[in-house]
Unconditional design. Structure first.
Length: 338
C-alpha cells in the first residue's frame, strides 16, 4: 500500500534522524519516504511524533509574494504570487491528537488562501494509539487515542495487521486502486468496543474554565509564579500543533525580494511590540498569562473548543518543567473557590 502511494505521491514519514535543512525532501521533523526507508516506518514511537504536522499547512517559512527591485526591470516593484505545487502529499504516521489540531487551526485560518491550499493537497494517514505516554492527555481535551477525526485514513492495529477506516474523499482516492480485503466483522466490532469502553470524548472536566469565570482570574497570583519560572524560550509554542502566531517580513538578496510568513511566538517580547515603542505585554508574566489564557479562554470564547489537543509535547520539552495540566488544575480549583 505504502509502496503504491510512493509511486504517485510525495509521502512523508516522521524523521528518524535530523535532516539537512537545505534538502528538498525535508520538512521540520519529517522526511520524504524512499524505497529504502519504508521498512523504518513501523513501529511508530509511542505517543505523538516529535514534530507536529502543522509544518505541512503552515510552512516555516512560507513565501507569500516575490518581486524584483532591479533598476530598469519592467516588473520592478510588481509583486507576484509564486507558483505553488499542487501535487498531493501524503503524511504518514499521524496521531489522532495531531489530526485534531489541523481542524482547530482551520478555525482561525478559514479564509487564509495559503493554509487552505496546503490543506487541500495534503492527505493525513493516521494510526490510533495502542499505548500512551505519561505526558499524553488528549482525553482531557475532548480527544481520544482511537479518534479518527481530521484524518483521511485511520489505521488501527489488529492481530493480523491493520484495520483501515476511510474518513474522507481523499482517503477514498488513496485506497481506490488498491486490492484490499474487506475487514473481518470481528475486527470492526472489536474497534467499536474499544472506543465505547473509552467513553464519549468530552472536556466536561474543564467546562468551568469556559465563559466569564476564567476572566476573573486575570490578576491571580498564579501568573506571577509562572512568569517567574518561565524563561520565554518559546519552545512550547514552536512544538505546539495548535500555536499559529506568525510574523511577515521582506527579504531582498541581489535585487530579488520575497515576502515571507514565518512562525513567531507570543512568548517573545518583540512579538507584541508596537512601532510606537509601547509593548502591552512587555513583562514575562504578561506573556506567560497570555499563552495559557489564549488556549483556555480567548480561543474558546471565539471558536468554541480549547486550543489544545493534549499531545503533551510542551510538557516534555519545557526546560523549566511548566506543566499545562497543573496550570489547568490550579485554574479549576481557583474557579471553584471563586
Amino acid at each position: 500500500m505504502i509502496e503504491e502511494w510512493n509511486k504517485v505521491h510525495v509521502v512523508y514519514v516522521p524523521a528518524m534522524e535530523k535532516q539537512a535543512a537545505a534538502s528538498p525532501d525535508w520538512a521540520p521533523g519529517w522526511c520524504r519516504l524512499d524505497s529504502s526507508s519504508i521498512a523504518l516506518t513501523f513501529p511508530l514511537p509511542i505517543g505523538p511524533t516529535p514534530a507536529s504536522v502543522k509544518t505541512f499547512f503552515f510552512p516555516q517559512p512560507e513565501t507569500l509574494l516575490t518581486y524584483t527591485l532591479e533598476n530598469n526591470h519592467p516588473d520592478k516593484g510588481l509583486m507576484r504570487e509564486p507558483e505553488r505545487s499542487r501535487d498531493m502529499q501524503v503524511v504518514l504516521g499521524v496521531r489522532p491528537c495531531d489530526a485534531r489540531s489541523v481542524l482547530l487551526n482551520n478555525l482561525p485560518y478559514q479564509e487564509d488562501q495559503f493554509f487552505q491550499a496546503n490543506r487541500q493537497r495534503t492527505a493525513l494517514v493516521g494510526f490510533s494509539c495502542d499505548q500512551t505516554l505519561s505526558t499524553c492527555f488528549c482525553t482531557r481535551m475532548g480527544g481520544s487515542p482511537l479518534d479518527s477525526e481530521g484524518l483521511d485514513l485511520a489505521l488501527s492495529r489488529t492481530e493480523d495487521g491493520f484495520l483501515i477506516e476511510v474518513c474522507s474523499e481523499k482517503g477514498e482516492a488513496l485506497v481506490a486502486d488498491l486490492e484490499l480485503a474487506p475487514a473481518p466483522e470481528s475486527d470492526i466490532s472489536a474497534l467499536a468496543a474499544r472506543r465505547n469502553a473509552g467513553g464519549n470524548p468530552s472536556a466536561t472536566e474543564l467546562d468551568s474554565l469556559k465563559g466569564s469565570e476564567l476572566g476573573t482570574l486575570y490578576d491571580a497570583p498564579l501568573w506571577q509564579s509562572l512568569g517567574e519560572a518561565c524563561i520565554n524560550c518559546g519552545a512550547c509554542t514552536f512544538i505546539c500543533p495548535t500555536c499559529y502566531c506568525f510574523d511577515i517580513q521582506d527579504e531582498v538578496v541581489r535585487g530579488q525580494g520575497r515576502r515571507i510568513r514565518y512562525w513567531d511566538s507570543c512568548m517573545f517580547p518583540l512579538y507584541s511590540l508596537h512601532t510606537s515603542g509601547h509593548n502591552p505585554r512587555g513583562q514575562k508574566v504578561q506573556r506567560t498569562r497570555n499563552r495559557f489564557l489564549h488556549k483556555l479562554k480567548y480561543f474558546p470564547d471565539r471558536f468554541g473548543p480549547f486550543s489544545c489537543v493534549g499531545c503533551g509535547r510542551c510538557v516534555q520539552d519545557c526546560p523549566v518543567n511548566i506543566d499545562i495540566r497543573e496550570v489547568m488544575d490550579d485554574l479549576i480549583h481557583l474557579t471553584a473557590v471563586e
